[in-house]
Design a protein around this ligand. Sequence first.
Ligand code: ISE
Length: 341
Amino acid sequence: MHENAGMTIRVGVIGTGNIGTSHAHDLASRVAGSTVTALFDADSDRADALASELGAAALPTFEAVVASRDVDAVLIASPDQFHAEQALACLAAGKPTLCEKPLAPLAEDARAVMDAEVAGGRQLIMMGFMRRFDPGYAELKSQLGPDGIGDPLIVRNTHRNEIAPYGLDSALSLTNAAIHEIDINRWLTEDEYAWVHVLTGRSGPLTPPGQHDPLFVLLQTTLGTIVEIEMFVQSQLGYEVSCQVTAGHGVAEMGDGAYVTTMRARQRGHALPAQWLGRFQEAYRLQLQGWITHLGTGGPMPGASVWDGYVDAVTATAAIASLRSGERVPVVLPPRPGLYA
Ligand code: ISE
């Protein structure tokens, strides 16, 4: 799309729920070089309202958004189970796409998208793993390596939601929520996983029968780094994400970023956001800006690739197998296609 350098990228948004609406607002007013021209949502009233606010067209199907001559690039923000089918349609139409995570809940569907992109011979899809753009994670990563505290040995992650946004289902906790840690720990360690083991135990009071919350996910990378994740979807305490790395020469911890701690009335602390937009709003905006700048200038794709989305889905699928069997499950990857070298 570099022939569009200096021009406005016209984006079509598929899915106008919580995150799709936030993206559409960012693209319309907080990102340089983009505008929103078309929208689709299964809830047509919701799509109509956002379309009239932004001066975009609300279209009757996602296919119409992909095919529209007023759409240069597509943003997929529909429910997870539709991502793969919609990504395949974008590839078939040759439209650059930002696909919200996950690429697909299960590895086989993610694989179909990767195979189609590889067959087309060019990277058209960037994955929406926004934590890669978060200033807190960027600072944490910059502390690692030979000029910092050394190689990561153990990474401890917590990911707590106040309530289950889509209902509590333990497999969904892995494919929709813990997928963020699956991805960001590959990015932090620059390594792939060798195995995953999901431990279940005593559950919190809101957990329905047959489900488990919190989950404790243990992974080991091929170089031996241990990664642990506390995934607690119905924690009731608010939204909280943290990451602490024990490395060869020290420890680096990403707490809650830039919050100010206040002491008052015999209490010390700070407020927690209710959900992820309160914590990651800037990461989402930076991700969109990176994507739009990449489309406008033809520079390198700045975010996660379809290969990343596929590897994350393979890992989540292995984690579901572990959840069900109680056993440690290997993470088995094919060779990385040359397109993603
Ligand atoms: C949601 O879909 C997100 O992507 C949030 O970042 C995550 O914290 C939440 O658990 C997911 O449901």
